[in-house]
Ligand binder design. Sequence first.
Ligand code: A2P
Length: 281
Amino acid sequence: MRHTFTLANGVEIPAVGFGTYKAADDNDEAIISEAIRQGYRHLDTAAFYFNEEAVGKAVRESGVPREEFFLTSKVWRDRLGYDSTLREFEESCKKLGTDYLDLYLIHWPRPDDLTAEWKDLDVETWKALEDLYKSKKVRAIGVSNFLPHHLNNLLERTSIIPMVNQLEFHPGYMQKAAVDFSQRLGIQVEAWSPIGRARVLQEPLLMELAEKYQVSAAQLCIRFALQCGVLPLPKSSSGERMRQNLDVFGFNIEDDDMHQLMTLPQIGWSGEHPDRERVAI
Ligand code: A2P
């Protein structure tokens, strides 16, 4: 298996990224520097993570050239709209200390479950992303937490198909309708919480298969995403586990085991849904 995916516009993206959400609360920069030391070059942040400055600093201080990194950020759900998205993009670049991003995403398709005019807001926001892309300020553009009806709204009213859709994805919560719909359109799916925020690691099937393949349950989840064609963005605060989570190219999950993993009943869902109030789990 290759260690990169290729987006619809030809841009190569490292096949495993580092999720920086709540990297370690107050210690983001040290965690991100450690992730870079462990070999991560694909860093996934967002305005809402409030750590873009820490990511930028860790990147600069690593001594690794900027072009070797793949940096993603996202416009937050209460900043949707054409002008505010352009402003947010500039703000993210400034905080990250870079003059371009590799990928910019709409973080959620609507500000909250009560906002009825989300369709117009998404279209205006997407037009801002299209303009940023056309002016080469960002190498690729996409969305996050978009279900088929959110994607359809963009497809009907805008011209560029998103290159990425970042979704919660792990054994026990695969969002098959959204993943299949995205993949049929050539949209690269990325997985946030690919190990289900560690909630799925005690699942007996995962423990059994981890033993069979002589890997950890977390490595199994990350490999599972890759074999589904989905790009995992695991988070960890430990150097050892960061390294482990990148070491997923030396084994292959057999088809029968993939099917078992795919058909697990729902486990480990975060409680987040783009059209509903958050469910406390
Ligand atoms: P820690 O920071 O102590 O490593 P997700 O990326 O699915 O949201 O999951 C993140 C959670 O999974 C964190 O609590 C993290 O804890 C834990 N985690 C990350 N990698 C591993 C691993 N290799 N083994 C066990 N737990 C892990």
